[in-house]
Write a protein that binds this ligand. Structure first.
Ligand code: AMP
Length: 135
């Protein structure tokens, strides 16, 4: 299935994750492969809060789905699963979130997936976990 490129903002190469990918800013890396980089969020909202980003200029989830080559899409999502597994989150479970655009609360316009784990998340959908959210 081909998907038309969505209407979206242009990719800004000065965004913070682009700078991390170029090595201009540090990160607490947990995983890297040819498709992805994963690192700890600078302001964690859960005991485990890791971001996984693709190695490419994709503004959002929709942009990634429309423009990334299939091997990149597969490699990226496998990396998300591997990171969660390697962090020991599989037995207890975890939450993944991708914020999309202003209404989704996206702040950094380089596609990324949040992995939250280490405690029970609130069941409420539509919100990011809160730091004191005990479920
Ligand atoms: P979002 O609202 O989905 O765009 O979330 C962006 C996330 O990036 C937030 O959770 C920030 O805490 C995180 N963040 C911003 N700058 C950095 C950085 N330099 N290193 C790690 N995480 C960052």
């Amino acid at each position: 299935m081909s998907v038309d490129a969505p209407m979206t903002v242009a990719y800004d190469r000065s965004n913070v994750f682009a700078r991390i990918l170029r090595g201009e800013l540090p990160c607490k890396k947990v995983h890297e492969d040819e498709f992805s980089l994963a690192f700890h969020d600078i302001a964690p909202l859960a005991p485990v809060h890791v971001l996984v980003i693709p190695k490419g200029e994709y503004v959002s989830q929709a942009d990634f789905g429309a423009k990334a080559p299939p091997e990149m899409i597969v490699g990226f999502w496998r990396a998300v699963s591997k990171v969660a597994h390697d962090l020991g989150l599989d037995p207890e479970g975890y939450r993944i979130v991708a914020n999309h655009g202003p209404n989704g609360g996206q702040l950094v316009f380089h596609f990324h997936v949040h992995i939250f784990g280490g405690r029970t998340m609130s069941h409420a959908m539509g919100s990011m976990p809160k730091p004191d959210d005990a479920g």
